[in-house]
Ligand binder design. Structure first.
Ligand code: CP3
Length: 353
């Protein structure tokens, strides 16, 4: 297996900068669309052979250094007795919602048997691919926003109303989601994933105080539990240790809190200067190209990629990625060009420095 990505996660030296993309399997890709025309998104997630095939598409087509399991952060809710649905244009829907103490009853004991398809997909993939497989979940807080709001939102009114009016109940909900997420990630590790990424997509809506009170302790607990489970000790270089990556866009104002989460890799977005971040954070960094630069011209794209690669050399280790998911209007050719450029330029950068 090509271990470059895992080496960088551990902070070890690599021959070149590894690269993968959040949402690397998706609607921008004609090969994905071909399958998507026949099946709805949830069927694709729930059919291990299809999910595995879609996970592998970017490995074959783009030549990236890691695969990310094809699934969604909301899938785990089905193992907790909630219903999820993905409606074109409207986005994801979760029901019933949880907004009061009484409604905590809507969340049932975790039954991972209900989502065995996830672990089945992992088992197929680890025998098929020659790059590491990344498993994932949402952070407890980001998952809570979907459970409370019932879908996507711009202002998070229900989440904040709940948090500020019934903080004790909110903490109880966070504990339930943390325990479920922890078991879910551990089961992905048992099935064979080589690394995990925690998506904290909505952490950036919180003030530093509220992040510290309502979000951070649960991320720390989750990270502690997975790390303890996946390691024979605290030795990061232990081959059994599964690296934990934390991705929380729009969180430059939360810097001080991101420093001591206990994660192995921090994934940063384009709103943070990677050179500055390298001075501040001790762990390897992942990121941080604005995904929409891929909609511009090639010269601009490569110029910016080059800067990120040079600046990323200041970090403990660097994994090239976007600051958020691949946009649907992105050209496959451009992404392939970027992958080749990152590999070639970063190889020379190490060789001649
Ligand atoms: O990165 C990958 O390639 C792995 C698969 C993956 C998906 N969603 C597939 C998907 C991952 C890691 C996710 C995570 C996810 N899902 C997040 C966190 C990452 C982020 O973007 O911040 C969030 C917030 C979700 C929730 C979600 N899922 C939304 C809001 C939507 C609708 C918006 C959209 O882009 O359609 C989805 C659907 C979804 N998840 C699709 C894919 C490929 C599109 C499904 C389709 O219609 O084909």
């Amino acid at each position: 297996m090509n271990e470059t990505f895992l080496k960088a996660c551990r902070g070890d030296k690599t021959d070149y900068t590894p690269i993968w993309f959040m949402r690397q399997a998706g609607r921008y890709m004609p090969e994905y669309q071909k399958i998507r025309q026949k099946y709805d998104f949830l069927t694709m997630c729930k059919t291990p052979e299809l999910a595995a095939e879609i996970t592998m598409q970017p490995i074959k087509i783009l030549g990236v250094d890691a695969a990310i399991l094809f699934s969604d952060i909301l899938i785990v809710l089905e193992a907790m007795g909630l219903k999820i649905n993905f409606i074109d244009e409207k986005g994801p829907q979760v029901s019933p919602t949880v907004r009061t103490y009484k409604e905590l009853e809507n969340i049932k004991n975790l039954e991972l048997e209900k989502i065995q398809f996830v672990f089945k997909t992992v088992e197929i993939l680890i025998n098929e691919i020659d790059v590491p497989l990344i498993g994932f979940s949402a952070s407890p807080f980001t998952l809570a926003t979907y459970v409370i709001e019932g879908g996507s939102t711009k202002d998070f009114v229900n989440t904040k109303k709940f948090m500020f009016s019934e903080p004790k109940t909110f903490h109880k909900l966070m504990t339930m989601l943390t325990e479920a997420t922890s078991s879910y990630l551990i089961e992905q590790i048992n099935a064979g994933v080589h690394a995990v990424q925690i998506f904290d997509t909505w952490a950036g809506i919180l003030s530093p105080y509220d992040y510290e009170v309502f979000c951070k302790p649960y991320v720390q607990r989750l990270v502690r539990e997975i790390s303890f489970y996946s390691s024979t000790g605290t030795d990061l270089n232990s081959p059994k240790k599964i690296p934990v990556i934390y991705f929380a866009p729009n969180t430059a104002g939360l810097w001080v809190h991101l420093k001591d989460l206990g994660v192995n890799v921090l994934s940063i977005d384009w709103r943070i200067d990677i050179k500055e971040a390298s001075k501040f954070f001790n762990q390897p960094l992942q990121g941080n190209l604005d995904p929409l630069v891929l909609l511009g011209n090639d010269e601009e794209l490569l110029r910016r990629a080059k800067t990120i690669l040079i600046d990323g050399m200041n970090a403990k280790a660097h994994i090239f990625n976007l600051g958020h998911g691949v946009n649907i209007h992105t050209s496959v050719d451009k992404l392939r060009k970027l992958v080749d450029f990152v590999h070639e330029f970063s190889y020379k950068l190490r060789k001649f420095n």
